[in-house]
Design a protein around this ligand. Structure first.
Ligand SMILES: [Fe+2]
Ligand SMILES: [Fe+2]
Length: 340
């Protein structure tokens, strides 16, 4: 015998949840391919704590070499450490706009992976320079310059974060995805190249593991765009063109050399930066040369270009690499969304 009470005029309907809101909860799946990638992410991800850190022996290098190698990891952390908060915010956005469940889950998996990449930067830095990246006392000209540069890099990272924060809610998710795509393509090629160039087994393992994650992030971006691109307006498309240029401007700092846009750097930065990277390269880190990096970028850009042109999106001009395309004007901090 059940004892419910139903008023004669019927049940009172619950109020509608004002949107955007993460409620009501539902688990729609429109893109099974994304659900599949999410399952793969659970298995393929790695635990930075299980890398054989003892093998990365600080005695193998001079103090200057250790700081030069650490400098590159601090440079990488300028990008990889913005990954977790950027994707976490994108994930919240995906919940609030009621994206299908696999989209939300994939964003979570990228947040997870990027936290692993960030932890890897942290572990390498603190193994080589225990008070790094900024808490150590420099004991040579190279170390003083490296410390100064890390401050400048983080200053620019901070400008990126403020811009991203103001921008994130202004753009449809499809635009955010395209912006991320430039980062994912570029980073998967970067880590692949570095895993071949490094002479150290621990760095090789790290680069190939991170590279595999980045390749998966790229697949996520491509699948999302496949799904979203028919809904893009002409304005969205030209905005994406600008974002591709923004990706080049922002990511060139770690992938090649920064162009004369966005980056706020003191005189001689670039000269000394090259010198620091040369020391790190000669110590076996695996940093590619200027020309190898340019080729790497060209390859990555050709891949992105092919992808976006399929969706009727024009490509921006990248005169720095002799790539022709649309002139998108100046790029400021507010324009830059891409991360690794
Ligand atoms: Fe990534
Ligand atoms: Fe990453």
């Amino acid at each position: 015998m059940r004892d419910f009470i139903v008023p004669p005029e019927g049940l009172i309907a619950p109020p509608e949840v004002p949107q955007p809101n993460i409620f009501p909860i539902e688990w729609r799946c429109e893109t099974p391919k994304l659900a599949e990638i999410y399952e793969r992410a659970k298995l393929e991800g790695f635990n930075p704590a299980t890398i054989n850190w003892n093998e990365l022996s600080p005695e193998a290098w001079s103090d200057d070499e250790k700081v030069a190698i650490m400098y590159w990891w601090a440079l990488l952390s300028n990008f990889d450490s913005s990954g977790p908060p950027v994707f976490a915010r994108a994930m919240i956005r995906a919940f609030e706009t009621h994206e299908e469940d696999p989209v939300r889950k994939c964003f979570f998996s990228i947040t997870r992976d990027e936290t692993n990449h960030e932890e890897t930067c942290q572990r390498v830095i603190q193994r080589l320079v225990p008070a790094g990246p900024q808490g150590f006392t420099p004991k040579s000209e190279l170390q003083t310059i490296a410390l100064n540069h890390i401050g400048w890099l983080y200053h620019n990272g901070g400008r990126y974060w403020s811009g991203f924060n103001r921008a994130v809610n202004k753009y449809p998710l499809a635009i955010l995805f395209t912006s991320f795509m430039m980062g994912e393509v570029a980073s998967s090629t970067l880590f692949h190249g570095m895993s071949r160039a490094t002479t150290h087994p621990v760095f090789r393992e790290i680069f190939s593991r991170i590279g595999r994650d980045e390749a998966r992030h790229l697949q996520i971006c491509i699948n999302l765009l496949e799904k979203q691109w028919p809904g893009l307006t002409d304005a969205d498309r030209s905005f994406v063109t600008k974002q591709l240029r923004a990706g080049f401007v922002f990511l060139s700092m770690v992938l090649w050399e920064p162009p004369n846009q966005f980056w706020d750097l003191p005189p001689n930065f670039l000269h000394n930066h090259r010198e620091l990277l040369r020391v790190a390269r000669e110590a076996g880190l695996g940093v590619l040369t200027f020309d190898q990096q340019a080729d790497n970028w060209k390859l990555a850009i050709a891949r992105v270009r092919k992808l976006v042109e399929r969706w009727g999106i024009e490509f921006p001009a990248i005169p720095e690499l002799d790539i022709e395309g649309v002139d998108v004007g100046d790029i400021s901090a507010e324009d830059i969304i891409p991360v690794f």
